[in-house]
Design a protein around this ligand. Structure first.
Ligand SMILES: [Zn+2]
Length: 252
């Protein structure tokens, strides 16, 4: 089975560097950073990219990432304004949800993120949004037609749609693990979008591209009958993108 996540593998170096910083304190002017400084920066940037890319409104949505060396997760605090969010506000938790560092309450979607991390060792970044075009497909229980080369290149397979799952526990995580397969995105029935990646940046990119594609599909479907690309075109577009796109050593 194709595995976009494995093909877009992140170097281990960043995780090793972050791991060495565990327990150390870093002082920069008045700011104090403690654990996983680089990963905090990545997760903070991914979180504030969500409203910038119109993937979330108010305080909904969240981004998290796993440090490969310690196994700790950095995640957004619950109900926190993105424009007030700073790196030191992020929570560091273990795979069982124990808060290792942070004064704020972690995201209400923490159980979902942790379930996925516990069951998929290849996933090290997760994004959750209610981005409206993609979510409109999730409301109807429809996947996007594979009618765009960008969908073929980024996802290479149909985006799965989950069953309805209650929020707050592990039910959403179970649906993700059961249905996402090698796809970096899943449409959560009557809820929103979860995207995953070997890094949080990869998950962010999938979330942005999914919403753009969903918007395009939505408009196209209003105006006519949409036909999917042939399977061989999808396969070759995905292969080309996986092997040739971007600069050497760059995470896609
Ligand atoms: Zn949600």
């Amino acid at each position: 089975m194709r595995s976009p996540l494995q093909m877009r593998g992140c170097s281990l170096q960043c995780g090793v560097r972050q791991g060495r910083e565990q327990g150390e304190k870093h002082f920069r002017g008045a700011e104090v950073f403690t654990m996983l400084e680089e990963l905090r920066q990545e997760v903070w940037k991914a979180n504030i990219a969500l409203p910038k890319n119109r993937l979330v409104t108010a305080t909904s949505g969240n981004a998290s990432a796993r440090d490969r060396e310690t196994g700790f997760i950095v995640i957004k605090p619950s109900g926190y304004d993105f424009d007030k969010l700073r790196r030191e506000h992020l929570n560091v938790i273990d795979l069982n949800g124990k808060v290792i560092e942070g004064d704020l309450v972690p995201s209400v979607d923490t159980a979902t993120h942790l379930y996925v991390y516990r069951h998929r060792s290849d996933i090290n970044g997760i994004i959750h949004t209610h981005s409206p075009y993609a979510t409109s497909f999730a409301v109807l229980g429809q996947t996007l037609p594979l009618c765009l080369t960008t969908l073929a290149m980024e996802f290479g397979t149909q985006i799965p749609v989950s069953d309805f799952a209650e929020i707050g526990g592990i039910e959403i995580g179970k649906q993700i693990v059961e249905k996402i397969g090698s796809c970096p995105a899943i449409l959560m029935r009557n809820h929103g979008v979860f995207t995953v990646g070997t890094t949080v940046n990869a998950a962010l990119k999938a979330a942005i591209m999914l919403e753009e594609a969903a918007q395009t599909c939505h408009y196209a479907m209003l105006r006519g009958r949409v036909e999917e690309l042939p399977h061989d075109v999808i396969d070759s577009a995905f292969k080309f993108y996986s092997e040739k796109y971007g600069q050497k050593g760059e995470h896609k």
